[in-house]
Design a protein. Structure first.
Length: 139
């Protein structure tokens, strides 16, 4: 931000098409980052952990480097990372992804026990369908 404006710098040799691409890409990233700041992920994860009897993560944050996953978890240190591509998704979808990752703090693999923990979330099937549709037809 520079004086209330988003300042995007691109190579002077960029074509008009490249310029449009860079501007659209960086404005989208900026908007995702701005929206992400409005969400208290740790409070949300604590609430969901209590509700579904799962452990609280050591940390949870938005990341911009996950292009092929919605989220990831490192059970060894209790950290969870959510793709900022989801920041505008409905809250019940984000909650499902958080529950999914919290379940990995109990069960690393996608075992029957893992899915039983995740499926305790009432909108699990609906959220899976939403995420599948978004993966097939990204906006």
């Amino acid at each position: 931000m520079n004086g209330g404006l988003v300042d995007i710098r691109i190579p002077a040799s960029s074509s008009a098409a490249e310029e449009r691409h860079f501007v659209e890409h960086f404005l989208a990233r900026f908007e995702r980052s701005r929206r992400a700041e409005l969400v208290d992920l740790f409070e949300r994860a604590e609430r969901l952990a209590r509700r579904y009897g799962l452990p609280t993560p050591a940390s949870i944050r938005w990341v911009s480097n996950q292009r092929h996953r919605w989220a990831s978890c490192t059970p060894a240190d209790g950290s969870i990372r959510l793709s900022d591509r989801m920041v505008s998704f409905p809250s019940w979808v984000i909650d499902y992804v958080i529950v999914h990752e919290l379940a990995h703090l109990v069960e690393i693999g996608h075992t029957d026990r893992f899915w039983a923990l995740v499926d305790a979330y009432p909108r699990a099937e609906r959220a899976k369908g939403y995420l599948q549709a978004k993966a097939e037809h990204p906006s």
